[in-house]
Design a protein around this ligand. Structure first.
Ligand code: 4AD
Ligand code: MG
Length: 477
């Protein structure tokens, strides 16, 4: 007898043949109909069981969450809701799930409740759909770069440098926490630590990726990054995955072209390959929106939003233009922004980014040429001496989804910047070497993977698009 995944079975429909499937019970009704799911697809397989032919004891073992192997004949379904079903001849119970204690029952659970059951939540329709889309998106990202001549580079996870200069790092140490070695000033002596220096989990693989771009030409990283920022928002994680392409000889315009082309391609991939899951997530989102006030409801459905991004050009606007728009905007004048925009130089908050995208331009926006003093040290200084060749891609519902720049390739300008910011030049000797030996224009950006999964699935909270979210005060599982 051939064993099938439910996805395969529903696609091939070998009606009349003996088949075998394994999965978990979603629902069991009328002591006769088992809806079985094995995670291969959002769809369940209906298995019809004549329990008169089975042992009473077996019947008692079947409830939501139990793992079963069911064999029988695939037949055209008599009932509504499915085209085929199994007329079961044999049921084997791999494992039961006591209905008194199994938390995932066939009813609506809140996302908050399910976060506390993160080890089981992927058995729900919503989370299995999200995680399949997440998997497809990862594959799409590798496919895009591999098809376009990029090499995948594994940046180190333990590092001595703070790429973003924001000081939001998790320390990695093996020193005795009760009795660490101290130097003459009474400070912890990291020269005695495992690596002989202070080390942290990386906040970005960019600096190392730059060194590889300056040899392999076009590279990308795709790995975990860590930020100890105390942001309890629906868009921040302490551990998240980032994709960072870096390209030698690309200027900022080429960098924007790459970001736009890349984002559109991976979203199109999801549209082409995740139809069933998107259909489910779209309905879920519609239901969720119904509970919101009319004014806050989205005018577009999930797939409409995805298509909209693929089909329209991203609007490219300088920071200076954006500040003018924001300063003169209704919410600014009516003091509706939590952070009012008065002067050039202000850092943009997510409320401003979302105003530009959702209310003003009504499409994804790429902002560029930001004030130097609100951006990282490595961005290329413009002729005006006060702005840098930075770019952020802003998305509806999300705000910043990509941050990137053209890099400062001039040794003296970079050294001045490092001094002005009090960064230890010695820590970056290797990064400065790139500017000493065969320096050239180069650019790159970082895409926050979970923010992209949020956009593609319509999930409002970033904690619901990664298997085990790490946030302040939370590292369960
Ligand atoms: O803008 P960021 O900080 O840029 C960098 O790290 C650069 N080194 C990238 C580069 O040029 N190679 O982060 C890039 C993106 C953000 O736009 C956002 O989507 C995501 O990473 N991100 C986060 N996602 C989830 N949780 C957080 N705490 C995040 N911080 C940044
Ligand atoms: Mg940023």
């Amino acid at each position: 007898m051939k064993s099938y995944s439910i996805k395969e079975l529903l696609e091939k429909q070998p009606v009349g043949e003996p088949v075998e499937v394994n999965g978990w019970v979603k629902t069991f009704r009328s002591n006769r109909f088992i809806a079985l799911n094995d995670g291969s697809t959002i769809h369940n397989l209906q298995c019809v069981v004549d329990f008169e032919n089975f042992d009473e004891a077996l019947l008692k073992q079947i409830s939501t969450g139990a793992a079963l192997k069911i064999s029988g004949t695939l037949v055209e379904s008599q009932g509504k809701g499915q085209s085929v079903e199994i007329q079961s001849t044999d049921v084997f119970v791999h494992g039961t799930a006591d209905p008194e204690t199994y938390p995932i029952q066939p009813k609506k659970h809140s996302l908050e409740f399910l976060r506390e059951k993160a080890h089981l939540r992927v058995r729900t329709n919503t989370f299995s759909a999200v995680m399949r889309v997440r998997s497809a998106l990862s594959f799409a990202i590798h496919s895009y770069f591999q098809q376009n001549g990029f090499y995948y580079m594994h940046a180190p996870i333990i590092t001595g440098s703070d790429a973003e200069g924001a000081g939001e790092m998790f320390r990695v140490t093996t020193l005795d926490d009760k009795n660490p070695p101290v130097d003459e000033q009474g400070k912890v002596d990291y020269s005695e630590d495992f690596f002989g220096k202070e080390t942290n989990l990386t906040v970005s693989g960019q600096l190392e990726a730059e060194t590889y771009a300056m040899a392999l030409g076009k590279v990308y990283t795709f790995g975990p990054t860590f930020r100890a920022e105390n942001s309890n928002t629906s868009r921040h994680l302490a551990e998240f995955w980032m994709i960072e392409p870096e390209v030698a000889f690309n200027d900022l315009d080429a960098n924007m072209d790459l970001a736009e082309d890349f984002i559109k391609w991976i979203i199109q991939y999801v549209l082409d390959n995740c139809g069933d899951d998107l259909e489910f997530l779209e309905k879920r989102l519609l239901d969720e929106e119904k509970s919101k006030p009319q004014a806050e409801r989205s005018e577009m459905s999930l797939t409409e939003k995805l298509k909209f991004v693929v089909e329209n050009n991203f609007k490219r606007v300088s920071y200076t233009e954006a500040i003018d728009i924001l300063r003169n905007s209704k919410p600014n004048k009516k003091k509706k922004f939590q952070y009012p925009i008065n002067d050039w130089g202000a850092d943009l908050q997510s409320e401003h980014e979302r105003f530009l995208v959702e209310k003003h331009f009504k499409c994804p926006v790429i902002l560029f040429d930001y004030p130097a003093n609100i951006k990282a040290f490595y961005m290329r200084l413009n002729e005006d001496g006060k702005t840098v060749r930075a770019m952020d891609v802003l998305f509806p519902g999300i705000g910043e989804i990509v941050g990137g720049s053209q890099r400062e390739e001039r040794l003296d300008v970079l050294q001045d910047k490092i001094k002005a910011l009090n960064i230890d030049e010695k820590e970056l000797w290797w990064y400065l070497d790139l500017r000493r030996f065969g320096t050239a224009t180069h650019s790159g950006f970082g895409l926050g993977f979970e923010r992209m999964v949020q956009f593609a699935t319509g999930m409002g909270n970033i904690r619901d698009v990664i298997p085990y979210p790490r946030t302040p005060q939370n590292a369960e599982f």
